[in-house]
Design a protein around this ligand. Structure first.
Ligand code: MG
Ligand code: ZN
Length: 195
């Protein structure tokens, strides 16, 4: 891989020293048509911005942790990613939501050894915790895939939220057989979530 495999966006004035709501991006914040590389494909899931506002008001940092294996697979570039990320930032900012930090891993799952940032590994959660001095003991993570929940468990978070948006509906059926290492809340999508 020629390009740096990771991206960190940091807000101008991120909150620090508080708990965080860690957020998967595709299928959790926005619809997931698969390998989004075009800003015009960005569709925020209705009601999600309002839910994020409730967490912000309750004193949570908002931290996005996203696997972007399409980069490692050569399907799109970091320039494409940046354009999509900028659209997401703009659309959520219009609803009063500012993300404190956004971390992305561009590695493919075939990377050997596996990247410590790529979910189900907890690297992005830990990196963000170090950046913002987050209180992981009061934090939670929301995502649609098993790898999101596994990353939350690996990071030692006390709680995770499974959303049925994105690929979550298909994953939901498999959750019963997953020996959860972390207490789970099940919601239809993030709009249903409150602190
Ligand atoms: Mg997802
Ligand atoms: Zn990586």
């Amino acid at each position: 891989m020629v390009e740096t495999p990771h991206r960190i966006y940091l807000a101008e004035s991120p909150v620090r020293g508080c708990p965080a709501l860690f957020l998967d991006r595709d299928g959790t914040l926005i619809e997931d048509p698969g390998y989004i590389a075009d800003p015009d494909e960005v569709r925020p899931i209705p009601g999600v911005a309002a839910a994020l506002g409730r967490f912000r008001a309750a004193g949570y940092a908002l931290v996005v942790v996203t696997n972007q294996s399409g980069i490692g697979r050569g399907l799109y570039s970091w320039a494409d990613y940046d354009a999509v990320a900028a659209r997401i930032e703009t659309l959520f900012a219009a609803d009063g939501v500012v993300f404190d930090t956004v971390l992305a891993c561009g590695h493919s799952p075939e990377t050997d050894p596996p990247c410590s940032w790529r979910k189900p590994a907890p690297g992005m959660i830990r990196e963000a915790a170090g950046l913002l001095s987050l209180d992981l003991s009061r934090s939670l993570l929301a995502g649609d895939k098993l790898s999101d929940l596994e990353a939350a468990a690996a990071a030692g978070l006390p709680r995770a939220v499974h959303v049925a948006s994105g690929q979550g509906a298909a994953v939901r059926a498999a959750l019963a057989g997953w020996r959860a290492a972390i207490p789970l809340d099940l919601v239809d999508d993030l709009s249903a979530l409150s602190p």
